[in-house]
Design a protein around this ligand. Structure first.
Ligand SMILES: Nc1ncnc2c1ncn2[C@@H]1O[C@H](COP(=O)(O)OP(=O)(O)OP(=O)(O)O)[C@@H](O)[C@H]1O
Ligand SMILES: [Mg+2]
Length: 285
C-alpha cells in the first residue's frame, strides 16, 4: 500500500453552533490520518461524530481548533476548497436524496457536466463509472423505478465519475436489506482494490468493518482505538463500552472463552470461527 498521507486531522475539535451558551463539543482533540489507497473504516454508535468527520474532511465544515490537511492543503484555505471537494467525495446513506435526474446515465453525468468537461470526456467517464458499479446495462432505466441498492449504485457511479481521490461512504447500506448491503460493500471494496480509490467507510455494523485495512473506533467524539480489524475487535471491553455489538461469530467465541473453551483470538467471521474451532478440537484430542 502507498504510504502517502491523503488526509490529516491534527488536534481537531468541533462543535455545532447552537443557541445554547454551552455548545456540545462533538469532536474533541482528534488526530488521525487517511493514507492514500487504504480502506479505513470509522466505526461508532449513533451520535459519536462519524458524519461530522466526513463533512470536515471535504471542507463542508471547518474545525474550531486544530487543522485538517488534504494533500497537504489546509481545508480552511477558502481558495482551495473547491479543489478539496473535487478530491474528497461523500456518499450519504439515503440514495433518494442524492439522485437528481430521471434517467440513470443522466444522473451520473450531472457531476461531470458541472465540471464543464468536454462531451466525449463526460461520455467515457459516465460509461466507466456505470461499469464499475455494474449498472451499465441499466443506463437508460428510470431512476425512480430502481431498488434502493440500485439507486445507491447510481449515486456511487455519480461520485466516481467526478474522479475523486477518496470517497467517504457514510453508512451507505443503512437503508438496504442484507443482500443489498453485501453487494454494495463488495462494490466498494472493488473500487478500492481495482480502481485505487481511497475509501473511508463509515458504519456502526461491526461485520462491515471486518475486511477493512484499518478500523478507527469513535465514541462520543474521541478516538478510542485505531488498528487492524482483529487488533480492534479483540478489545471486547472497548467494543462494549462504545455501545457496539460484536459480530455473532466473535460473540460466540467470547462466550465460549467464558466457559473455558479458548479459541484462537481474533475470530470475526464464520470462517474464522470454523477454523478456530477445528484447531481447538484437534489440539484437545
Ligand atoms: N447540524 C447539526 N446541528 C447541531 N448538532 C448536530 C448537527 N449535526 C449533528 N449534530 C450533533 O452532533 C453529534 C454528532 O453527530 P454526527 O452526525 O456526526 O454523528 P454520527 O456518528 O454520524 O451519528 P449517526 O450514527 O446517527 O449518523 C450528535 O450529538 C448530533 O446530534
Ligand atoms: Mg452519521
Amino acid at each position: 500500500m502507498n504510504k502517502k498521507e491523503l488526509i490529516s486531522f491534527q488536534n481537531v475539535s468541533f462543535s455545532y453552533e447552537t443557541d445554547t451558551e454551552n455548545p456540545k463539543t462533538v469532536l474533541q482533540d482528534i488526530s488521525f490520518s487517511v493514507m492514500e489507497g487504504e480502506f479505513l473504516c470509522i466505526l461508532g454508535h449513533n451520535g459519536s461524530g462519524k458524519s461530522t468527520v466526513a463533512k470536515l474532511s471535504n471542507a463542508l465544515l471547518l474545525p474550531d481548533q486544530g487543522r485538517i490537511l488534504v494533500d497537504g492543503v489546509d481545508t480552511g484555505d477558502e481558495e482551495q476548497q473547491i479543489e478539496i471537494r473535487k478530491k474528497i467525495g461523500i456518499v450519504f446513506q439515503n440514495p433518494d436524496n442524492q439522485i437528481v435526474a430521471s434517467i440513470v446515465e443522466e444522473d451520473v453525468a450531472f457531476g461531470p457536466e458541472n465540471l464543464c468537461l468536454p462531451r466525449e470526456e463526460i461520455r467515457s467517464r459516465v460509461d466507466a463509472a456505470l461499469k464499475a458499479v455494474d449498472m451499465y446495462d441499466r443506463r437508460f432505466h428510470e431512476t425512480h423505478r430502481l431498488s434502493g441498492g440500485q439507486k445507491q449504485r447510481v449515486s456511487i457511479a455519480g461520485m466516481i465519475a467526478m474522479r475523486p481521490k477518496c470517497i467517504f461512504f457514510d453508512e451507505p447500506t443503512a437503508m438496504l436489506d442484507p443482500k443489498g448491503r453485501r453487494s454494495i460493500l463488495n462494490t466498494i471494496h472493488r473500487l478500492n482494490r481495482e480502481y485505487g480509490i481511497t475509501v473511508v467507510y463509515i458504519t456502526h455494523f461491526m461485520d462491515e468493518a471486518a475486511e477493512a485495512d484499518r478500523v478507527m473506533l469513535l465514541s462520543d467524539g474521541r478516538i478510542l482505538k485505531t488498528g487492524t480489524p482483529s487488533e480492534v475487535f479483540t478489545q471486547t471491553d472497548l467494543i462494549v463500552r462504545c455501545g457496539l455489538e460484536l459480530p455473532d461469530p466473535a460473540k460466540l467465541s467470547f462466550e465460549l472463552s467464558e466457559l473455558g473453551i479458548r479459541l484462537t483470538p481474533g475470530v470475526l467471521t464464520e470462517q474464522d470461527f470454523i477454523d478456530a474451532f477445528q484447531r481447538f478440537m484437534k489440539e484437545s484430542q
